[in-house]
Design a binder for this molecule. Sequence first.
Ligand code: OGA
Ligand code: NI
Length: 241
Amino acid sequence: IYSEDLKRPCRLYTSSSNYDHENVHLWRDNLRHPCHPLEDCIKIWPQKPTRYREIVATYSIEAKKLGLRILELLSEGLGLGSGFFGDKLSESLLLSVNHYPPCPDPSLTLGVSRHCDPNLLTILHQGDVYGLQVFKDGEWIGVEPLHNAFVVNIGHQLQIISNNKLKSAEHRAVTNSRVARTTVAFFINPSDDCVIEPEKSLIDTDESPAYKPFQFKEFLLNYSSLMGNPEKCLEPFELHA
Ligand code: OGA
Ligand code: NI
């Protein structure tokens, strides 16, 4: 499954998708693959451990239900109609498993460097080992793991669609020298050709749209070329009043 070919839909790799050109390598291995449509994708998932496909299929169905329910509540909270985030806006589902082995010197690198998730919404299971931090009011704050609880991240697309009413959360993962940490991120994404733009009804009369329309795949292309740099990755899509 290990591959450095970015086009492989199911692959395991070390550090980031940019191993050869990054200044500092990340202390992690990552396994990722799509989860929709399930009947097609399941055939490319790992066959070992033996029950991987069965268990991850069940997990992905439940994570999708939870995510869509949260999106439905967000939609209601924003005053949008029921089903607003259904269909194309939440069509693509991606599972991303991070494994962070114990790191001899956590001051030298990170598990995942600072970023906001490029998607709509993330359902993160961070297990019972600490490592996630969120950037708030100029400092990094630890997100202590709660047993059997998920962390829900607002992604860049939700910020754009809501015309900055919802803010994507900047976060990173640190390592520790004692125990390995494994986390499971379930990313809910728009489909590649889905056009993303601020929803008209969310632009107040004294406001103008903060972003121009673009296809989600354009966003991803730019995001990966900037390695998720949170200051820069919205820039090409911003409109200035
Ligand atoms: C991610 C992420 C954090 C973690 O995969 O996008 O932010 O704690 N992971 O593993
Ligand atoms: Ni993230």
